[in-house]
Unconditional design. Structure first.
Length: 496
């Protein structure tokens, strides 16, 4: 086997982006993926001949001149991505206390649209937009500029989103509405840093998009460019050990016995899984304990629905529904009231936006609810597990029917995934949605640096920086700057 410049563990978005950037800059890259299929949460699957996304449902910042558009322009895939912009006057709809509110694209439009429902809160809405712009301006890589240590991004990881919203308005309903899509970051008003809320919200207000025919195209384009750059991708290649000699990693030992040597290693999988692969005193016990003890974000239960032809209209927006008198379900999670909220969206059939071909319903679920089946063989967990999922799916479908009468009659088939599915799929401890919880009460401890005490081991993926397509993209760039230089790489991206 040849010796590579860089070996990357994991082919999710973080791994593929690091592979793309480094191979583009002339490095000999090898990506190792334990599963058969590359792509991580970018993967799609097919049922009834229809495509379903697994983890990426919509994304912001893809408009010309916007940050994600520029990053993907640099990596060379933006012109080939097939995307569809969501409704400019309502990309997200928030149903709270029996009334539906709309998030509009464009900051002035966002203010004007919500001000129709909150006419006495226009000044508060202006202040909200002003503040999230100020917050986002403090994040250098969000603005494609080098991090020279002159910004105040840390302070926004130390302020909770709940306290931020209370500072904007005393109107409880508006506070809830402004946090209505907090499922995008598994929001907890007492823990979630306002940074996550601001960065995600800003990006979507700038421009919200779906991937046409699913997000697998994103992974496929990255794979193609890596291969064109001379990079290597190996599936069914699970890393069992990172062998350390002379104070650095010498090789990755695979489960099939193969040894892959490299000068540098990037792990784009969960940090605690990475630590399990290394047996070295270079990583202190305190560091290992900190990583292994970090809280994970909650998991989800999802129903993937195949619809009868021309039976249900395509909705060019996402619909967030809440059954409680607040939108913060995580700190108030109650199994007896399940589901307390759900996200519902549809995808159109090819070459038409009149009717939906598929629909998806997602709600929170704790891993403990399925833990009894965790040691069962995948695909053979028994009748009790299948009945559990069936009952949960029917409850969710009934919830949607209440808001969209006739929806049940349009269903052809449905399929489900649980926290166990998420665990097997993402490699996280308990099938968490977004990996490690960022906690504003302990910001330093819950932020993961791409650098480790092993000089040639770097980290990437959703646990470095923040999660989501834009967050992982920025985190991947941050990781690559450790090998390429911050100012050099940011200048190339900016001028792509």
């Amino acid at each position: 086997m040849p010796k590579y410049d860089v070996v990357i563990i994991g082919s999710g978005l973080g791994g593929l982006l690091c592979g793309n950037i480094l191979s583009k800059e002339g490095m000999n890259v090898c990506i190792l993926e334990k599963q058969n299929q590359f792509g991580g949460n970018l993967q799609t699957f097919k049922r009834d001949g229809k495509t379903f996304d697994t983890g990426i449902h919509y994304v912001g910042g893809l408009g010309k001149g916007q940050n994600l558009h520029q990053y993907l322009k640099y990596v060379g895939i933006i012109d080939d991505l097939k995307i569809q912009q969501l409704d400019q006057n309502a990309f997200d709809k928030i149903n709270f206390e029996g009334k539906t509110y709309s998030y509009a694209q464009g900051f002035d439009n966002f203010i004007d649209t919500l001000a129709t429902d909150f006419p006495n809160e226009r000044e508060a809405l202006k202040e909200y937009v002003k503040k999230i712009k100020e917050i986002c301006n403090e994040f250098p890589l969000f603005n494609i500029r080098p991090n020279l240590g002159l910004d105040n991004e840390e302070m926004y990881f130390e302020e909770s989103v709940g306290s931020f919203l209370q500072s904007i308005t005393k109107n409880k309903t508006l506070q809830n509405v402004l946090a209505g899509n907090n499922m995008l970051y598994a929001g907890d008003p007492f823990k979630t840093p306002v940074a996550l809320h601001a960065l995600i919200t800003y990006s979507l207000i700038e421009g919200a998009y779906r991937f046409e025919n699913g997000s697998q195209q994103f992974a496929d384009l990255l794979i193609e460019t890596i291969q064109n750059n001379g990079g290597t991708l190996m599936n069914n290649s699970e890393v069992q050990e990172l062998k350390v000699t002379d104070r650095k990693i010498e090789s990755a030992v695979l489960s099939n016995g193969k040894i892959i040597e490299a000068d540098n290693f990037i792990s784009a999988i969960h940090p605690s899984v990475t630590l399990d692969m290394t047996d070295t005193k270079l990583l202190r016990k305190s560091y290992r304990s900190r990583i292994n003890d970090l809280e994970e974000t909650i998991s989800v239960f999802t129903v993937y629905i195949s619809l009868k032809p021309d039976s249900f209209p395509y909705l060019n927006h996402n619909y967030y529904h809440f059954n409680e008198d607040n939108v913060w379900s995580i700190p108030n999670y109650n199994l007896e009231k399940w589901p307390q909220e759900y996200l519902f969206f549809t995808l159109p059939k090819a070459n038409s936006t009149k009717y939906a071909e598929t629909a998806t319903v997602i709600t929170y679920m704790k891993y403990d609810e399925v833990k009894q089946w965790e040691n069962s063989q995948v695909g053979n967990r028994g009748k009790d597990y299948e009945e559990f999922k069936r009952q949960k799916a029917e409850i969710l479908i009934d919830q949607v029917e209440k808001q969209y009468p006739g929806f049940k009659a349009s269903i052809n088939n449905y399929y489900t995934s649980s926290p166990l599915t998420m665990k097997n799929y993402t490699g996280t401890k308990n099938g968490s949605m977004y990996g490690i919880v960022h906690d504003s009460n302990d910001a330093l401890r819950t932020r993961i640096s791409p650098k480790t005490k092993i000089p040639n081991l770097l980290l990437s993926g959703q646990n470095v920086n923040i999660h989501g397509v834009l967050g992982v993209t920025i985190g991947s760039v941050l990781t690559c700057t450790e090998l390429l230089g911050m100012e050099y790489l940011l200048e190339k991206i900016k001028n792509a």
